[in-house]
Design a protein around this ligand. Sequence first.
Ligand code: IMP
Length: 179
Amino acid sequence: MDSIQIKDKKFTVSIKEEDILKEVSRVANEINRDLAGKNPLFLSVLNGSFMFTADLMKRITIPCEISFVKLASYQGVASTGAVKEVIGINEDLSDRTVVIVEDIVDTGLTMQRLLETLGTRGPKEIHIATLLVKPEKLKVNLNIEYAAMSIPNDFIVGYGLDYDGFGRNYKDIYTVVNE
Ligand code: IMP
């Protein structure tokens, strides 16, 4: 399928599954090499990272644990508007090597929020693994050690990412067509 329609928007295929998987394998190899002996705890951020997490974890060969967190939006009391709360951290993070597994780092504000929240629970170290990064949009300084792919500043769907809840199921990544 070269193009798809989701609600009011048209998308064309931009990164095929086999190219995604090559980069996911590369990232997995780097993590296997760097975090050997550290029994990392992977924290996958739902919903968007479910496909990336599955393909990444199938390629992780070192002893590790996997768990899932979610970000819930709530209205902050400050004028900053919507603030996101991290929910579902059931593990003891103290002294652990944690790897956050995200779908995409856009402005980086979500990742910053995750780092702040997880940082209060005493982990030994926190690493970032993301399927995608949009470097042009980054607003905060993040040490993204494991990024499978960098993409331009266009809206994308597929391979876990959605437009208004739809499109997560496609195995390839699609970019919006601006008409
Ligand atoms: P950030 O806080 O601006 O870095 O935004 C991160 C979140 O925005 C991601 O976890 C996604 O859920 C969502 N997001 C950012 N860009 C896209 C996109 O191109 N397609 C779908 N979701 C996106």
